[in-house]
Design a protein around this ligand. Sequence first.
Ligand code: UTP
Length: 226
Amino acid sequence: MRQIVVLSLGGSLVNPGKPDEAYVSSIVRMLSKLPYRFGIVVGGGKAARILAERVRKRGGSEFEADEAAIEQTRRNAAFVAKIIGKEANQKIPHCFDEARRLSRKHRFVVMGGTVPGITTDSDAVLLAECLKAKRVLNLSNIDGVYSDNPIRNPEAKKFRTLSYEQMIELAGKNDMRKAGTHFVFDFLACKLIARSKIEAHFVHGKNLLDVRKAVEGKPHGGTVVR
Ligand code: UTP
């Protein structure tokens, strides 16, 4: 059986305002050629943040804001699954047990969010634990883990490698537990990679060469947490 690699695919890449078919097709084409099985967890992007904010403005709870955001992650996941075609599940699972069952039939298992209170980063690590993947990739529009937000602070330094403890400390500083707020990587996701010793690779999702190297566990321009 081929090795399985799990990808946390940022909503900002898949749906930066409208679904980006050209980008998703190009990454799917590249992944299809590699001798691996994949779990892909798709994020919500800007649309999820807008939906969550709309719920809050109507007086909805954080739980309800998360539910609305999760729906968007699932729509984005369905979009990705459709582009992959017959090698992927077309029904998006609601839980990991369902995802595990689907992984026995499909080379690509695609899903979105699951329960309120977490993000798709944690879902990706939980899926990796569930499917016994040794490697998780975080694909976003940032090319690694930085000492500070590289968009706001040009002095921010990119880490090549980090220990689990260092990563947990960084994520802890940024964790606000609110739909659509920005973390380096969800704090829970950091704790989960640490407990299962899952290697986490952070690369820019549009740098397909780096994405390929990360899938293969080879050195790349991003950050590796191990
Ligand atoms: P994302 O994983 O896309 O979160 O899920 P994010 O980090 O806020 O988004 P990006 O990476 O900056 O685009 C979107 C939102 O969906 C809810 C959370 O509110 C999250 O912020 N969500 C997602 C859940 O509540 N549970 C899940 O399992 C997944």
